[in-house]
Design a protein around this ligand. Structure first.
Ligand code: F6P
Length: 323
């Protein structure tokens, strides 16, 4: 491979810039040219492509967001759109593609790689941590730290007023941020989609007297139709348990911003370098993953088709630690 293209797509995540930097520098180190593709698959179709040198990725490891910008792209979901994208790659002499993003990005990358003869390497960039085959995704640790800092602040006011707070965190139908965010911030409980289908977490929480020994309580709720979100849960509490003074806080997109943590920078750099090693190793259509501190190659089909299970021991850890 003499020239690679690199793009970020879908929701941004802290650490994407560190990944862009590592992929670019590793490719150049190995004698390849690099083309930066702006705005994900959208920019590939509309030809927003520029040559990247090592200086293009200077001074970005500490920055949140993505210097390549990102977009969600409907055209790329059609065969015509993907054909246009492939033609642009050919025009620019790009012989392999590195795509950084979450579930949607890797799904697109997988279909693209099946239709055209082009090696595609994926990097898991999402705060949701919902990709199978990797212990963690790029951006997850930073988002967890952000949630922890926010909940620490909410606790001050919750305690002063003896209030019950429902704090909604992101996760797109996955409970990793809510569950580990709750453990890290000393919250009393987490309501997560993986468990919502099995039992009524709110009723259980209240029945077990989760608030007996405390003046205030904080419950993290994962955004999702299944959990009802923080607003849905709070409305139920107001109706069924009017004795509580309830408030809601939705953390929203601030969870996606900020300077990446050391963990995310290191993870992104390791995965970025590994992506080029994978290409040199004749790998194609795999996502870089990390398992027990070792980089692994995860076929796209596995990374996106399987639901990543939450570690159920953590539910018990939270229950015990919050009595
Ligand atoms: O996938 C990342 C994520 O932040 C999810 O947690 C959330 O559901 C979604 O993206 C929000 O997307 P948007 O930025 O398009 O509103």
């Amino acid at each position: 491979v003499k020239c690679i293209g690199i793009l970020t797509s879908g929701g941004d995540a802290p650490g994407m810039n560190a990944a862009i930097r590592a992929v670019t520098r590793s490719a150049i180190y190995n004698g390849m040219a690099v083309k930066g593709i702006y705005r994900g698959f959208k920019g590939l179709i509309t030809d927003e492509i520029a040559e990247f040198k090592t200086s293009n990725v200077s001074n970005i490891i500490q920055r949140g967001g993505t210097i390549l910008k990102t977009a969600r792209c409907d055209e790329f979901k059609t065969p015509e759109g993907r054909k246009q994208a492939y033609d642009k790659l050919k025009e620019h002499g790009i012989e392999a593609l590195v795509a950084i993003g979450g579930d949607g990005t890797l799904t697109g990358a997988r279909i693209f790689a099946q239709e055209f003869d082009l090696p595609v390497i994926g990097l898991p960039g999402t705060i949701d941590n919902d990709l199978y085959g990797t212990d963690v995704t790029i951006g997850y640790d930073t988002a967890l730290n952000t949630i922890m800092e926010c909940v620490d602040k909410i606790r001050d006011t919750a305690t002063s007023h003896d209030r019950l707070f429902f704090v909604e965190v992101m996760g797109r139908d996955a409970g990793f941020l809510a569950l580990n965010g709750a453990i890290a911030s000393g919250a009393e409980a987490a309501i997560i989609p993986e468990i919502s289908l099995e039992k009524d977490q709110l009723a259980e929480m209240i029945e077990t007297g989760f608030r007996k020994s405390k003046n205030s309580s904080i419950v993290l709720v994962a955004e999702s139709e299944v959990t009802g979100g923080a607003i849905g849960v709070a409305e139920r509490v107001k109706k069924e348990y009017p004795q509580f003074d309830v408030r809601v806080s939705i953390l929203g997109h601030l969870q996606r911003g900020g300077s990446p943590s050391a963990q995310d920078r290191i993870l992104a750099t390791r995965m970025g370098v590994a992506a080029i090693d994978a290409l040199l190793d004749d790998q194609r259509n795999v996502m870089m993953g990390i398992q027990n501190d070792q980089i692994v190659y995860v076929p796209f089909s596995k990374a996106i088709k399987n639901d990543k299970p939450i570690n159920r021991d953590l539910l018990n850890t939270l229950r015990v630690a919050s009595i």
